[in-house]
Design a protein around this ligand. Structure first.
Ligand code: FE2
Length: 451
């Protein structure tokens, strides 16, 4: 990978070295690579399983399916949360079939075995008919590590992986001032999609596609390369700061002309007159920072006071290894991720959540699929392409995902050619390579140079 022409535009951390492993199509297509991920990747990373607030009382649970695996997270009597594999120890039947529920017993639908919320078997049919005696009180569900960060529940299937907050570093610290703890998930969409899960990971690890795929963002998000800050962290996660409330510097006329729409409406909503900024529209960002500081608290945005100016108006787009994206604005947190299909490497499951602060007096939140009530939303699952939106911008990304998967199947494709600003894509694949080839020296999987 050659040096960029102007290194000053890259944030600290962007100098983390990459090897230049060639990114070929097999990892998006082959059963062999999928099997390596199932063996070496998914069991060894932390997964976002649900939200703490969904579990109000003892016995409440959420379920998370991941490829062929399924895990349930259950509120305990002492208010802690335990996670278990969603599999009956009797004959392996999946215990919980819904996304969310609650009961003082988890009952297997096959032979009626019952488990307490702490995973202990408490009731079976014909308890005296076991060669080793009644199994109640002895048999338990198989437990999975479970920890929380802010409003989120995570689980991990491996005992060696570091604790959750160390794993997530430095993002809990970087996101602390948004005050996420009491935010409400107002949108929860998922969809089966016809591409490998990494297609969208790559997409979220670069902003190079924005002018082509999301041109409508350019009037209120500055996607100009010199204005975008990329960050890479030692823990393998990445982030990007995109200037908000400012038009792209890729189109100078947006800055020297009148304030473009919908930025003008956003300004008016904060009592800033866009006419005052015609000819120098880039300055409107500072005016909105001042207006948010002045008007935010009385409008119920109590979390503004702890935020930096950057957090008040910009988008902080965090891509956590391997498959979780958290995009922050002061009024909204979007969670986007793709998860592996149980059997087909050329398919995945896409998730899109919107989480919003409980602003006093607010009853509705503007989301990527339109206004939603400011209250908890349950999962709405669809198949991508059936006409149900998974979010306006996400729809655009998913449409490319489908055509990219098709193109990757061509025998004419021989490996990615990346720009410097796509270094996060390169790094993601190298971390992945290290996971799926744990016994192979990095020298062997190195290619000579990033092509
Ligand atoms: Fe995109």
């Amino acid at each position: 990978m050659g040096a960029p022409s102007d290194t000053s535009r890259y944030a600290k951390g962007f100098d983390i070295p990459v090897r230049g492993d060639t990114i070929t199509a097999d990892r998006y297509i082959s059963q062999e690579f999928m099997a390596l991920e199932n063996q070496h990747l998914w069991p060894k990373v932390w997964h976002l399983g649900g939200m703490v607030a969904e579990l109000e009382q003892e016995g409440d649970y959420v379920r998370h399916n991941l490829g062929t695996e399924s895990v349930i997270m259950i509120r305990q009597a002492d208010s802690s949360i335990k996670a278990f594999y969603n599999s009956c120890p009797h004959r392996g039947n999946r215990l919980v079939l819904g996304d969310i529920g609650g009961s003082d017993r988890i009952t297997c639908g096959y032979h009626g075995w019952q488990f307490a919320p702490d995973g202990v078997l408490v009731n079976v049919q014909d308890p005296d008919d076991f060669p080793d005696g009644n199994p109640c009180g002895k048999v338990t569900l198989s437990e999975v590590r479970c920890e929380t960060w802010g409003p989120f529940i995570f689980y991990c299937m491996d005992s060696e992986v570091k604790p959750l907050l160390d794993w997530l570093a430095p993002l809990p610290e970087r996101l602390k001032d948004y005050g996420l703890d009491n935010w409400i998930r107002v949108m929860y969409l998922s969809a089966d999609a016809d591409f490998n899960w990494k297609i969208i990971r790559d997409n979220f690890n670069e902003s190079y596609h924005l002018p082509t795929i999301h041109p409508e963002l350019s009037t209120f998000i500055n996607d100009g390369l010199p204005d975008t800050l990329f960050e890479m962290y030692e823990t393998g996660h990445n982030a990007m700061w995109m200037k908000g409330h400012q038009a792209t510097t890729r189109n100078p006329e947006f800055h020297t002309g009148d304030v473009p729409s919908p930025l003008d409406d956003v300004a008016r909503a904060w009592e800033v007159d866009p006419a005052d900024f015609n000819g120098h529209t880039g300055d409107i960002r500072e005016a909105i920072i001042a207006a948010k500081r002045r008007l935010g608290p009385e409008r119920g945005f109590t979390n503004y006071e702890n935020m930096s100016d950057q957090q008040l108006v910009d988008y902080f787009h965090c891509t956590l290894f391997p498959n979780l994206t958290i995009t922050m604005s002061p009024e909204q947190c979007q969670i986007l991720r793709t998860e592996p299909h149980p059997t087909d490497p050329q398919k995945c499951v896409f998730h899109h959540w919107v989480i919003a602060p409980p602003v006093k007096g607010m009853t509705e939140v503007e989301t990527p699929i339109g206004p939603m009530p400011l209250e908890w939303a349950e999962n709405r699952h669809s198949v991508y392409g059936d006409g149900q939106s998974v979010g306006y911008v996400a729809d655009q990304d998913l449409s490319i995902g489908t055509s990219q998967q098709q193109g990757l199947n061509s025998r004419g494709f021989s490996g990615c050619i990346l720009t410097h600003q796509e270094k996060r894509v390169q790094r993601f694949h190298e971390l992945l390579n290290d996971y799926v080839h744990p016994d192979v020296s990095t020298d062997i999987i190195n290619s000579d140079q990033l092509r």
